[in-house]
Design a protein around this ligand. Structure first.
Ligand code: HEM
Length: 496
């Protein structure tokens, strides 16, 4: 017994000593840092779910910016992480010197958990080949081809709103748009028209895939720090039942299409075509196809639904913005004879400004990461980042920085007016990331968001219901960006 207690004490002492040593990393390199605590580093309140994880980074950003720093160091548990906040450095990391930062520190395990080996997590040559194979999937021509699917799926928005109008009950608009964007992405990526039961299954498995409780966060963290060891131990990123669900759907659909010689205008078909083309002589396997469909779904449905919901919320909150937008929608729709078309949406410039401002103030992705792949000396500074160093790019911090966006809490679409757009430093506004690893679904997402907004605004007027907490606060228990209490709007049918 005494031996066990002694062993435990020694272990604790060793861990504390290791933490103390690690916590001197930034001091040794003369990089300003935020004082960490054992065991969570700089995220104690986020890990305890007292504050949203991303919001804690925003708070640190402003604390360090006020002290005049252009970069600083933080600790994730005991792991040091470099945070550049000068757009000049971000341009170097994300674009100009991308060859030194081409990795994202995301754990995957192609052997035991093939669905985790997708575009977001892969690195090096594998990522490069896959990205170039998949880029043609997202061209304007392909998105035009998918436009019909947006309109078809948009019918669900009308039926949800009709029901609430008739009953006189407020709508949870995040739920409404999640239902729509799930339909769109399942339709485009998995080639399925979703019924009520399939949708419930997709929602269950996506929630499972996005739910990072404390244990899972720690496993993911270990995977990022010790990837080879975790792969040897067979650690998974995606729960087996969810991975099997997504794999089975893709396998069955691909088999069906190949057996019956049927094709369809969707992402899955484009991926099947790649499989048959054997790009670079390498076969694109069913598992690889399924992994890409899975990440389109995961990366696309929540981010798009969040943007639609916050845009509609801000429109309902600001009558002058609503008025101006409705004038634009009315004029453009008259020209298209009341039809929502790809070209009509493209013509709505003010709508585009509103979505851009939503992506600034309410960016669904708080930050992105990079891994330094070669020792790197930042010009005009003494900072030398060592190979293997983690880098965190604080998207939301930049978007809420008054130096780049005066009065940042104000929702002001005119910041993005075509005559003023050039005044914004491109590396201070990065809702879709930047450089060769930016969001591949940018155009697809933008078109989907704008189409959904026009679909609902054409027929309904919205008012903020008192259930909504204004100003909104991010929910600390959600990994994604959700408002505490939800976004609730009353709706009224516009008589024509
Ligand atoms: C409002 C909607 C969206 C937002 C705000 C968003 C944001 C982002 C961001 C910030 C990144 C990381 C970029 C970087 O590291 O520089 C990213 C990557 C990615 N996104 Fe999106 N995204 C959206 C919609 C979509 C959609 C609809 C899809 C797919 C259909 C998608 C698929 C991806 C993929 C596959 C990556 C990884 C790209 C790579 O590493 O090569 N996203 N997204």
């Amino acid at each position: 017994m005494l031996l066990i207690v002694e062993g435990l004490l020694v272990t604790i002492l060793l861990v504390v000593a290791y933490y103390k040593y690690s916590f001197r990393y930034w001091k040794r390199r003369n990089v300003p840092y935020v004082t960490p605590t054992i065991p969570w580093g700089n995220y104690p309140n986020a890990i305890k779910r007292k504050i949203h994880y991303g919001q804690q980074i925003v708070n640190i950003y402003h604390q360090m910016k006020k002290q005049g720093h252009r970069y600083f160091g933080i600790y994730q548990f005991f792991q040091p992480c470099f945070v550049p906040i000068d757009p000049k450095y971000l341009r170097l990391i994300m674009s100009k010197d991308f060859h030194c930062f081409y990795k994202r520190n995301f754990y995957y395990n192609a052997k035991d958990d093939p669905i985790s080996a997708h575009l977001v997590s892969l690195n090096g040559d594998k990522w490069k080949k896959l990205r170039s194979k998949m880029t043609p999937t997202f061209t304007t021509g392909k998105i035009k081809m998918l436009f019909k699917i947006y309109l078809e799926c948009g019918k669900i928005l009308g039926s949800i709103l009709e029901e609430h109008c008739q009953k006189g009950t407020p709508v949870n608009i995040k739920e409404m748009f999640s239902s729509f964007s799930t339909d769109v992405i399942v339709n485009c990526a998995f080639g399925l028209e979703v019924d009520f039961f399939k949708k419930a299954e997709f929602s269950k498995h996506s929630r499972k895939a996005l739910d990072f409780d404390m244990v899972r966060s720690f496993v993911m963290y270990l995977g990022a720090v010790f990837p080879d060891l975790c792969r040897k131990l067979g650690f998974r990123q995606v729960a087996k039942s969810s991975a099997d669900f997504f794999l089975d759907i893709v396998r069955n659909t691909v088999n069906y299409r190949e057996k019956t010689n049927t094709t369809r205008n969707d992402f899955l078909q484009l991926l099947i075509n790649l499989k048959n083309e054997k790009v670079d002589g390498e076969e694109f396997t069913i598992e690889e196809i399924a992994a890409q469909c899975f990440i389109f779904f995961l990366a696309g449905f929540e981010t798009s639904a969040t943007t639609m919901a916050f845009a509609l919320f801000e429109i309902a909150l600001n009558p002058a913005i609503y008025q101006k937008l409705m004038e634009e929608i009315t004029v453009v729709m008259k020209k298209s004879r009341g039809e929502i078309t790809y070209d009509a949406i493209k013509e709505m410039i003010y709508l585009h400004q509103i979505v851009e401002e939503t992506l600034r103030k309410h960016s669904p992705v708080y930050f992105v990461t990079r891994l330094c792949t070669k020792d790197y000396h930042f010009p005009d500074s003494d900072v030398v980042l060592k190979e293997g160093s983690q880098v965190l790019i604080p998207i939301r911090g930049l978007h809420s920085d008054p130096e780049f966006f005066p009065d940042p809490e104000k929702f002001d679409p005119d910041r993005f007016h075509p005559d003023r757009r050039h005044e914004i430093d491109p590396y201070s506004y990065i809702p879709f990331g930047e450089g060769p690893r930016n969001c591949i679904g940018l155009r697809f997402g933008m078109m989907e968001i704008k189409t959904a907004l026009v679909t609902v605004l054409r027929d309904y007027k919205f008012m903020v219901n008192p259930r909504t907490h204004v100003p909104v606060q991010p929910s600390p228990i959600s990994l994604m960006y959700d408002a505490i209490g939800g976004l609730w709007l009353d709706c009224e049918k516009i008589s024509t």
